[in-house]
Design a protein around this ligand. Structure first.
Ligand code: RIB
Ligand code: CA
Length: 307
């Protein structure tokens, strides 16, 4: 079976780290062309170093291109209170001798997508969408050349940074607006579906039992991350970012409907809000609403065991 070429733009972050390892563990099904990093959960130097350490942990040869160190217009907001000062606290990964590949992430996205056949590459985004917006402005042909854009971000209901906005879209609402107005074929994984994928103690134990270095790193990261539990309630933190990668591998794990998604960039209170209209006659995204969490964790454990 032909491998599905993907690019993964991310801001690791423990949940991004799990998405990265899931993708790299699925090299029989996914060809990860490159990782691109953006400032978000932690500053760019940290997200980039984290991505390099994770590629090393996976034993992969995948270039990492550093991208935007701040949003298009807004000041950078980070989330060390959730992810810890390194962004992947709990992983305990050693420093790596690997260095970022030359070239800004936005240029790397343009070059990689233009170098492949039209409608072949899926762009996965699990952080603020700044690099995607820059790439789409650099190369207006890009949205039409992509197979699709699979995004973790936004919310049908309440946000997780403000009542209105989810973190990735809150950090860079203008970039999110550019991406959703680009005409790209978008699949969106909002908080309403990622909150169904909870890191319970039992699931954490299953990951720990896989027993290899990658699984131990994931268990350490998720133990740290679930303990911070930014949204309150029992320590069962939602595992946001592996969702789009899991969908690429096993689409039956998710259910959704097409909707028109628009991003708030004017209202100070609502900045970054994703308005999701399932009744629109002009939908621009497939918005996921249901997840099979047990199936996702089974996929994750099976794939981690291959690293
Ligand atoms: O709101 C959750 C999203 O923001 C996740 O991608 C998390 O890693 C942070 O980037
Ligand atoms: Ca992220």
């Amino acid at each position: 079976m032909a491998r599905h070429p993907i690019l993964l733009d991310c801001d690791p972050g423990q949940d991004d780290a799990v998405a990265i390892l899931l993708a790299l563990a699925a090299e029989d099904a996914l060809e990860t062309i490159a990782l691109t990093t953006v400032a978000g959960n932690v500053p760019l130097d940290r997200t980039t170093d984290n991505a390099l350490r994770l590629v090393e942990l996976a034993g992969a040869e995948v270039p990492v291109h550093a991208g935007a160190d701040r949003p298009l217009l807004r000041p950078l907001v980070t989330a060390e209170q959730v992810h810890g000062p390194t962004g992947i606290d709990g992983a305990d990964l050693p420093p790596t001798g690997r260095r970022p590949a030359p070239g800004h992430a936005a240029c790397a996205l343009v070059d990689a997508i233009r170098s492949r056949p039209p409608a072949s590459v899926t762009l996965v985004a699990t952080g603020p969408l700044t690099n995607l917006a820059l790439a789409f402005r650099l190369a207006p042909d890009l949205p039409g050349r992509l197979r699709r854009v699979a995004i973790m971000g936004g919310a049908i209901g309440l946000g997780n940074v403000t009542p209105a906005a989810e973190f990735n879209f809150h950090v860079d609402p203008h970039a999110a607006r550019i991406v959703f107005e680009s005409g790209a074929d978008i699949v969106l994984f909002p908080l309403d579906v990622t909150h169904q994928v909870r890191v319970t103690e039992e699931r954490l134990a299953r990951i720990r039992a896989v027993g290899n270095p990658a699984a131990r790193a994931v268990a350490g990261m998720l133990a740290f991350y679930r303990g911070r539990n930014p949204e309150g309630g029992p320590p069962q933190a939602p595992l946001h970012d592996p969702c789009p990668v899991a969908w690429l591998l096993e689409p039956q794990l998710f259910r959704g409907r097409r909707a028109e998604v628009t991003i708030e960039t004017d209202s100070p209170l609502g900045l970054g809000r994703s308005y999701v209209d399932f009744r629109s006659a002009d939908p621009n995204a497939l918005v996921m609403e249901q997840a099979d969490a047990e199936g996702l964790f089974a996929l994750l454990c099976a794939r981690l065991a291959r690293l």
